[in-house]
Design a protein around this ligand. Structure first.
Ligand SMILES: Cc1ncc(COP(=O)(O)O)c(C=O)c1O
Length: 397
């Protein structure tokens, strides 16, 4: 038997009819960028997360860059984040000219350790950027308390955690901004790149909209007024039917081109209807793995914090013989992955920050021990049994 780490073709088969109809309709419409499809999906996503605004962008990476810039974070600022995450989390901090300051993680949840944040706050610190890693919410209650106490912004990297909740509140609705990725492998994946910024802050939403599209037209003018106090009277300049905008090619800020394609918005709109069911199936798989693998002596199964609902983007467990396990599983036809093999503070790209091995011991330990098993809603019972049998066989053999 072969069990891939992820097989997106199965999900496609389930939604094929609806998606093909919607995509063909969109292609025939001649509207490929922006328009109703994108606006409808933004509205639906904002309602799903429980926020006032959802601003679609081209990727999760862009959602972070634009949210950070919109919060005024740039040259000379420091942003506190986790070293146990995908590179883009800290890369984007550096891209806006700020300095990523890494804080070690909790052994149980793999998320940033709130107890270690305050010691890293300086007079240059402007924000905290927690990641809800593998789909499990970070400790937002503590993080928001620390941020409030020190007057810091909070940007949630929710790229792996769409639909995850703390009590009944979805992640991406707690900080100043939430950032989401629709990379195809994510729990809500497009058929290409895509991302979203969520916020309850009207001002931030205007600035994000301006930054995502060349700082142009009405949003650009409003954002320049907010950021620089320079007024431009563009009220009521769009024709009543909304079709003619004489200010479309007036640009007010140096910004980005980061848009979600209309075809991707149609695909995501359809998939959002399935997301809660898909996430529930992932939770069933995780609980199966937990019960089967907890009997293995050298395995530490993932812990879920009380009161949170994770969405199991990855099922990551710890084991002393990570690479030997990966090789063994590969020989048996079972896909696995080592997220993440290098903590960000030790990535070559961040050498200039001057971190040494041993600086963040928990994250370093996790990168040496974490193994991720196949977890996607369409996995069959037989495949799950085959995966767990082989993990157990590795320890017995
Ligand atoms: C935690 C995290 N942050 C940021 C990103 C960047 O998202 P994207 O690949 O859509 O740019 C990803 C996804 O790859 C991610 O997992």
């Amino acid at each position: 038997m072969e069990v891939k780490i992820l097989d997106l073709s199965r999900q496609y088969a389930l939604i094929q009819e609806k998606v093909e109809q919607a995509v063909c309709e969109q292609m025939k419409s001649g509207m490929y960028i922006g328009g109703k499809a994108v606006a409808d999906f933004e509205k639906k996503f904002a309602e799903y997360i429980g926020v006032k605004h959802a601003i679609s962008v081209n990727s999760g990476t862009d959602s972070l860059v634009i949210a950070l810039r919109a919060l005024g974070i740039g040259e000379g600022d420091e942003v506190i984040t986790t070293p146990f995450t995908f590179f883009a989390t800290a890369e984007t901090i550096a891209m806006v000219g700020a300095v990523p300051v890494f804080v070690d993680v909790e052994e149980d949840t793999y998320n940033i350790d709130p107890d270690k944040i305050e010691e890293k706050i300086t007079n240059k610190t402007k924000a905290i950027l927690p990641v809800h890693i593998f789909g499990q919410p970070a400790n937002m209650e503590r993080i928001m308390q620390i941020a409030d106490k020190h007057g810091l912004a909070v940007v949630e990297d929710a790229c792996q955690a769409v639909g995850a909740k703390i009590a009944e509140q979805k992640v991406g609705s707690m900080g100043n901004a939430g950032c989401f990725s629709f990379f195809p492998t994510k729990n809500l994946g497009a058929f290409g790149d895509g991302g979203m910024i969520t916020t309850n802050d009207d001002t931030l939403a205007v600035i994000c909209r301006a930054y995502k599209e060349h700082g142009m037209a009405q949003n650009g003018a409003k954002a320049r007024f907010i950021l620089q106090g320079v007024e431009d009277d563009l009220a009521d300049t769009v024709s009543p039917d909304g079709l003619y905008n004489p200010y479309k090619y007036y640009n007010y800020l140096i910004a980005h081109n980061s848009r979600l394609d209309a075809i991707q918005a149609r695909v995501l709109d359809i998939k959002l209807d399935y997301l809660d069911d898909f996430n529930a199936k992932r939770a069933e798989i995780a609980s199966y793995y937990n019960s089967e693998l907890s009997v293995c002596a050298d395995v530490v199964t993932p812990k879920v914090t009380d009161g949170v609902t994770p969405v199991w983007h990855q099922y990551a467990f710890r084991c002393g013989k990570k690479d030997a396990m990966g090789n063994f599983l590969a020989q048996k036809g079972v896909g696995s992955a080592a997220f993440y093999p290098v903590p960000l503070h030790l990535q070559k790209a961040f050498t200039y920050l001057g971190y040494q091995e041993g600086d963040l011991p928990v994250a370093e330990m996790l990168t040496k021990q974490t193994v991720c098993l196949p977890i996607f809603p369409e996995l069959t019972k037989e495949e799950l049994q085959y995966v767990t049998e082989n993990v157990k066989a590795f320890f017995e053999g």
